[in-house]
Design a protein around this ligand. Structure first.
Ligand code: FES
Length: 153
């Protein structure tokens, strides 16, 4: 065990202790760890399970159930690509395919979502909370290649 992992474990145990007297402390602990570390690692899940006397599977189940918890360090930019029917019917598959292919080039994480409430302008994506419609493979590729800074108009 490295000094870094000992520090990380100590930090997780400290956060768990801060919420120990709360009823249902798991979610507040997970939020605090994610806020502190940017994600909830497998090592943190193990420590939380130990601290709360839960199985790792129980903690893992909660972390993976909620879409906003991340198990790995999160990218600087997040591109959500709608994969629901209205978008799929007008080119959403090509947008998803292009976004999935280009993801590795920059610090942009690509996530599938199911309706962004922008069906009238499908296919839709959302970059760092900004919804963009009428996307196609070329536009989403340009967006990703620019590292999330080249928001098309
Ligand atoms: S189905 Fe894609 S935004 Fe609604």
């Amino acid at each position: 065990m490295t000094n870094e992992s000992i520090d990380a474990e100590a930090a997780v145990r400290q956060i768990c202790a801060a919420y120990a007297d709360r009823q249902g402390p798991l979610l507040p602990i997970l939020h605090a760890i994610q806020k502190s570390a940017g994600h909830v690692s497998d090592a943190a899940i193990e420590v939380i399970a130990d601290e709360l006397n839960l199985s790792r599977a129980e903690v893992f189940g909660v972390v993976t159930f909620y879409h906003d918890f991340h198990r790995k360090p999160h990218a600087t930019h997040v591109l959500k690509v709608c994969r629901a029917e209205a978008c799929q019917a007008v080119g959403g598959r090509e947008v998803w395919s292009a976004a999935s292919t280009v993801e590795a080039r920059g610090d942009v994480g690509v996530e599938a979502v199911y309706c962004l409430g922008n069906c009238a302008c499908a296919p839709s994506v959302q970059l760092d909370g900004r919804t963009l419609g009428r996307m196609d493979a070329a536009r989403v590729t340009a967006l990703l290649v620019s590292g999330g800074t080249g928001v098309p108009t």
